[in-house]
Design a protein around this ligand. Sequence first.
Ligand code: SF4
Length: 475
Amino acid sequence: MATKGPVQVYRFQTIWEEAHWIAQKCRDLYDAGQAIALVLPTPEPSPLLRHRLLQKKMLPPSPRFTITQSLPPKGPLVILPHCHLDFQNTSPVETPYEEILQKHPSPILVTFAKMDLMGRDLYPLPVLHSLPYEAIEPPKDNPSPSKEPEGHFRFQSARALKNLETHLSGRSWSVTELEDYLQCPFYYFARHLLRLKTALIVDGDVPPPVLGQCLHTILYRFFTTARSEFVTALDQTEKKEALLQELATQTQAVFSEMRREYPEILEGLWEQKKTRILSALKKFIKEEWRQLKEQHTYHPTYFEWGFGGPHTEKPLTLTTDEGTYSIQGRIDRIDIDVNQKRFVVIDYKTGQGVTGASIQKGKSLQIPLYIAAAQQNLDKSMEPMGGLFVNFNHLTKKDGLLKMEAAETFGLHPRSSTYTPDDVWERLFCELPQKIEGLIKNILHGHFPLRSEDDPCPPYCEFQEVCHVKERKQT
Ligand code: SF4
């Protein structure tokens, strides 16, 4: 490491290295009680780096610190603005770097990236340029991160991998996190490891996650209240009316609670949404009655049916030659045909649906895992017939995975990809343990690439600002 008076200078190749190497380096120096000055390649730190540093309390709350005539404030980290030559702006820079570098009593770590997010060369201010730089070396037991193809982010250091192993292995895995990893490993990394939380953006509408929460709660309360009456009301108009009134009451109650929880959402929006949601739910319930009467005998039986958690059913266990994996989750609804001893699992969706074809190709594992969990926990004589998504955007219940023999029962289009040939069904469930094991191994090995370029990212993905997927596409 180069040491010149109080200044140590390092160069980093890319933003990825910065996000992790710099954070690590800063933490080491912070632990050693040294002051740090951090020079970033972009006017603002990347959201990922910023979040990591904030989490470690190494960043002042303001993203920029404007240095005037004084030395850096007390604290381990200072972000120096205007540290690169800006060819668009030739006005003189007044930041007193020279003074800071010469007079600061503690060692300062200056980091400097050679390129920006778009891969363009960056040039430091002359005062920084005159310092002797040293390229930071990755630990010897790991290959250089820069050898990884762009977007194939993976953990490099033995210490980070050990941390993953310590914190993650041997515990119960949730269906949600495994599905998140399958959809986009980076999304998993941001949501479940970094635990990034995006601010709720209220821009003229009730945000979709809040609406989803409303729908789940209303339906849970409605079905647990209605229970057996939901089926016996089939031929009784008055009973049906009473249940629809119950639905309206629950909707009103849930919206009132949510309104208190999210006061930033305008009053008028709640009213507008409540009317629309109630109308959609009524249509959904009436359609459920119609199907019960005309097509099938599956009765909604279990609601918010948990497995693997405290006070719930047992976890799903999947065993391979190499180990046993414990899975936990919560199924929105399980419908049972008591006479034929068959069941289907139901999941309520407010976002993008998942087609049968995708599930059969192994691109979504949520429904197969739910089916397997219910099969392990319910009466052994119960036969799984499949699982369906209720999509509240279109008010449909047609996507999912159903056995061919359920074709007549659920009345979907005969060529619907939801109907799954027996051999595909067999293969899917036979391969499920290995598939889950593969995902878990990848997580423990620190592989967190961006979503495959063949699968477009969901337009609403909350981490698109963090993962820089757009920059990848532009380059
Ligand atoms: S935008 Fe795409 S690549 Fe980025 S986190 Fe979301 S799903 Fe992954």
